[in-house]
Design a protein around this ligand. Structure first.
Ligand code: HAS
Length: 549
């Protein structure tokens, strides 16, 4: 029998796997809730045992949008850093475990409150919807726990620099540090509203809460939240996919520049979620829309980089013409197929984002189920398919098992099911949104309205898509369990791509963290100072400006 060889030390593997177990349990719970929602919205199914639609919707959003993502991302980023820097020392590991347990305790606390129907406030938990204090405390614990793990990543990166003076820092570690820096700076906003507004309010210490301020603090965090999901996918696209297709990283400097630009422009753009809200000066909305259009640029750079990677590899294998590389890609390898489909769907997903960000068009789609379609295309296809593609090699690689041909076939089937289910569902959502279908609304709330008849086929399509997705989720869990516990023991490489031989030295300025943090803070102060003063001075507590859907 082959010897089991793990790509990380035993302790680091255990730490990463702990995150993965939570992430995949979350996938099971969250996706099951998703199925229930689509069935309810089809109008053909009533939730049993008095379970509320918003209870299910909250569980779905929190468990998939906040728990699955955060645990998977932290586990993946730490695995990449451990692999490329030489692993964590004892102190770093211990601190990371403290972060993990805090995140888990927070998840259990928030999850229990949702189950008890004490926190049916959706994943955005806007005031004036109010939850039990333990829901907010739970969320605060998840955030602080992730900061602690982020601190470990900062520390490990700094230790690498100290121990290897003059050497280029590993790209995976660099990208992880940028992602965590963005996350820490951004989550200060949500931590502020949770600790200073929502917790005192839910404890009855204050009667009212400034709704517009709490929503603004949430969205200061909300857009970088979606980039916190996207950046680890970009990490895999830049640093892993080239290896899987047998190629090299197109440009280390371009990858680092992309991440730095995403750090600058992900945060000062939250108003593009609040374009329809009164109480915010249109000038500042306009400014943030301009900054939103700028944050598109690093995604365009990523598209360019990916095309360059594929084309270079294709030409090495003899491909000719503009799209000749398409014939040379390893389509039968799910470790490539799943992230590639993710990239492909980011083209319409990103275009949808640009539509959302354009003020006039936002008036048409805002608060319709179009937006739900948009984020299922971006996060649930682009990001999650990339995460699945990562799991296919990461799980066996760190558990000392192998990714067999048989399981690869199942992974290809799983990828196809997920793609088909999510395409049917998200296209139907976009369409229904254009017909005015509301988002975040139970069927029972709008059934019978004259203008809802046209939505019927789209709602049915969503239920069909949701059912296919449920099967895809079960297949993913089977693959995960097999790879973690039953696949043949052996060695599965951790596929870190190398730089091209002709690549030039990476400019040292990329490690100037004081400069990057300074520019980020300056941009945030520019975009938020005056409107925040306005919101605090002018908006009375409990002022309007909230949406219930
Ligand atoms: Fe968004 C709402 C604008 C990207 C997620 N978004 C949401 C919400 C979520 C979300 C969760 O401006 C709902 C929040 C809520 O609950 O209310 N979004 C944007 C813009 C972008 C964008 C401008 N969003 C994302 C990503 C998400 C995400 C990424 C998750 C991961 N979004 C908005 C706006 C709203 C919004 C408004 C508010 C709407 C409202 O009214 O409420 C951009 O970042 C998109 C840039 C992307 C591109 C695409 C680049 C393409 C690449 C692929 C290359 C492909 C290859 C393969 C190489 C320009 C990199 C090619 C192969 C071939 C064969 C061709």
């Amino acid at each position: 029998m082959a010897k089991s060889v793990k790509s990380l030390s035993n302790q680091d593997s255990r730490l990463v796997m702990a995150h993965m177990y939570v992430a995949f349990i979350a996938l099971f719970i969250g996706a099951s809730m998703g199925l229930l929602q689509t069935l309810e919205r089809s109008g053909k199914f009533t939730l049993p045992f008095g379970i509320g639609y918003y209870q299910v919707l909250t569980m779905h959003g929190v468990v998939l949008g906040l728990v699955l993502t955060t645990f998977f991302i932290m586990g993946f980023m730490m695995s990449g850093q451990s692999k490329t820097t030489g692993g964590y020392n004892k102190a770093e590991k211990n601190i990371a475990w403290v972060g993990f347990w805090m995140m888990l305790a927070g998840t259990i606390s928030a999850g229990t409150m949702i189950l008890l129907n004490e926190a049916s406030v959706l994943y955005t938990f806007y005031a004036p919807l109010q939850a039990h204090v333990l829901f907010y405390v739970g969320l605060a614990l998840v955030i602080v726990g992730s900061w602690i793990e982020g601190f470990v990543m900062f520390k490990r990166h700094a230790r690498f620099k100290k121990e290897n003076p003059g050497e280029r820092t590993p790209l995976m570690s660099f990208m992880g540090v940028v992602t965590m820096l963005m996350w820490v700076i951004a989550s200060i906003g949500v931590a502020t509203t949770v600790i200073f507004q929502l917790i005192p309010w839910s404890l009855g210490m204050v009667d009212e809460v400034n709704v517009l301020l709490s929503r603004t603090l949430f969205w200061y965090f909300g857009h970088p939240l979606v980039y916190f999901w996207l950046l680890p996918a970009y990490m895999a696209w830049y640093a892993i996919i080239p290896k899987i297709i047998g190629g090299k990283i197109f440009s280390d400097s371009l990858a680092r520049l992309t991440f730095i630009l995403l750090l600058f422009f992900s945060i000062p753009v939250g108003f593009h979620h609040q374009l329809t809200e009164p109480g915010i000066d249109p000038f500042w909305k306009y400014m943030q829309v301009i900054l939103t259009m700028i944050v598109v640029i690093p995604s365009m750079m990523t598209a360019f980089s990916m095309f360059a990677t594929f084309e270079s590899r294709g030409r090495e294998l003899g491909a000719k013409g503009l799209f000749g590389w398409l014939k040379k890609m390893p389509w039968k390898d799910a470790r490539f197929l799943a992230p590639f489909i993710g990239m492909l769907f980011f083209i319409p997903g990103g275009a949808g984002g640009i539509i959302n960000a354009s003020n006039q068009m936002n008036q048409v789609v805002h608060n319709t189920i179009w937006v739900t379609g948009h984020f299922h295309m971006t996060v649930a296809i682009t990001v999650i398919l990339t995460f699945f593609g990562i799991a296919f090699w990461l799980i066996p690689s760190i558990s000392g098992r192998t990714y067999t041909k048989g399981i690869n076939k199942l992974a290809v089937v799983q990828t196809i099911f997920w793609t088909v289910g999510m395409t049917i569902m998200s296209v139907a959502m976009h369409w229904q949104g254009l017909l005015g279908g509301p988002r975040r609304s139970a069927y029972s709330e709008y059934a019978g309205n004259a203008d809802t008849a046209a939505w019927g086929p789209y709602q049915m399509a969503q239920a069909v898509g949701g059912s296919i997705l449920f099967v895809a989720m079960i297949l993913m869990l089977i693959i995960f369990i097999y790879l973690a516990f039953f696949a043949p023991k052996g060695e599965e490489i951790y596929p870190i791509a190398e730089l091209r031989d002709d690549s030039i030295a990476t400019p040292k300025i990329f490690e100037n963290w004081a400069l990057w943090t300074g520019i980020t803070i300056a941009l945030i102060l520019f975009a938020y100072t005056i409107p925040l003063i306005d919101i605090i001075q002018s908006a009375p507590p409990g002022s309007p400006g909230f949406k219930l859907w």
